[in-house]
Design a binder for this molecule. Sequence first.
Ligand code: GCB
Length: 668
Amino acid sequence: MCLQCSFEILTILMCNALLGLYLSSSSALDLQDITISKSRGMLYPRDSETREVRSLDGMWNFVPADEEYPSQGVNDQWYKDNLNKVRKVIGMPVPASYNDITTKQSLRDHVGAVWYDRNFFVSRLWAKDQRVWLRFGSVHYKAFVWVNGELAVKHEMGHLPFEAEVTHLLKYGSENRITVICDNALIQTTVPQGKISEVANDNGVSIVQSYSFDFFNYAGIHRSVHLYTTPKTFIEEVEINTDLANDNSLGYVYYTISVNGSAANQADNALYARVQLYNREGEQVANATSDAKLSGMLQVEKVKPWWPYLMHPDPGYLYELKIELHGANEELLDIYRLNVGIRTLSWTSTTFNINGKPVYFRGFGRHEDADVRGKGLDYALLTRDFNLLRWIGANAYRTSHYPYSEESMQFADRHGIMIIDECPSVDTENYNQALLGKHKSSLEQLIHRDRNHPSVVMWSIANEPSTREKNADIYFEYVATFTRSLDSSRPITAAISGSAIEDKAACYLDIVSFNRYNGWYSNPGRLDMITKRVIDEATAWYYKCYKPVIMSEYGADTLEGLHLQPSFLWSEEYQTELFSRHFKAFDALRRQKWFIGEFVWNFADFKTAQSYTRVAGNKKGVFTRARQPKAVAHLLRKRYFALGHDMDQCSFPDDLYPYIAASRWHIR
Ligand code: GCB
């Protein structure tokens, strides 16, 4: 294994030149569809009467690999002992991106592997008749994990969880060690893609990572690390689907459970599940016993459907589903609970409906991004962000441009915020066989992780792929067909930036989303060149594919505190006026029934790679990076509540229209 592992790391750093060759020849070849292996397990770790969860978050030891000799740690087997025996280590918080924690430019811009380790005790009480799992919420981009010097798991793809059973690797009643390599290198066959090259510097050469996507390639152990126990035979997977009948007064919860463990093999017929559904008050509203395939249905009288924020006075209603797995002689083997929202989705060539009612999306593209922490999970930030989403009256966001934390998906369920759930394929180009496999795998892992969240209403299979390129059509046909084969209950979209005339991919989608920066990248400074162009482009998309259309990105970089009247690029006045010109277009489009949503770029300012087009990052936020409103936030808030009122008769917050004057005033 060590050889293979060191080979993989070296490959990333050395194969770029070869890859260039491979890609130029492969683009002449036709792409074939490719089968990928599927993920298993990965239920969110929750304790119960039969399970215990232990966090390994906190301070870990950390050391970057030498850029000149990246495979040294693997060759010298650093994972066989504490890292501080071989190198001087520093403390590194988990979860967090490592880039902005120290004051060193070399770490912020490090390319390749970094090493983490920490020691921890496992109680001898855990040595009883059970299994222990090690689970990472996400490590970006590639991870190798050893427990007590033995390889436990490796995983490729940031922003997605992975886990492995470590029962046999742990020392019970004793101290243990976990060692992680995290490699941030992006090449043409990673998702997302990047390029690595050697560039001459003043003293020799540097390995330089470049990428075309517009956010900083933060890396590290980004989300929580858990150890958790399960019984020997346990609930490994739960899949939930819901439906409504009789004017939304009757709900159905369909469940399918998969079991892992010896009891599952030996006494197949003896296994069954007892499932119970509880309302918010903790009262049982339905219960059932599964069939022998461990699937079944619960019927809920007087159901409270899951509604989006401002579409109903009680949005985000969640039930709790308790699943008990029983073996022979009624023996209780395992218990797992999860939240369930009961809702239906449907879509046509002109509408998108939730619980039978048409939806108009008013939301944001976002990033997981903050100072110091980078992309590290932070409950304080998450809570503030959801408070701001509610304050501004948004009902949706897209997880641009990668899967967000599982914890954020739980927040969205609870707050009634609809999610367009995006896989990490951003600026996709150079379509090739290996990329297709990884792209499909990213969607498989995403859908596996998020399929039970009521907040997820759409899958986004890419952001701004090069859709006029050779093979874009066949590539996206494969990706879209694969996505539908995993989940036919949600529509598929992608945020497209190419023109409707040249595009070869959009019509494989169920909903067409387009990104355009009128008044910014196109005709900067020309506020009079926005409204008609937005209307014309949306109309072109509709008549190309006859699918509902969303504007998934529009916006303008804005330096907080810069005021210029008359408005000028980068000023708060310009952002406000640019939004207003878009609103006019959206209202004209809303009269065409097929225009179903508007998404601002971006929720908050965020960090990007260094570039002369970016002043310490992308400043298109409606909120600053510190999550304070820019002037435009107050305008957007008035619009989002007005839309909520028009569509769903929501009430207005008391402070939306501060008193101005006793006279009548005019709104154009
Ligand atoms: C886009 C991209 C987004 C960028 C944005 C911009 O079209 O989808 O990732 O950040 O433009 O501000 O340039």
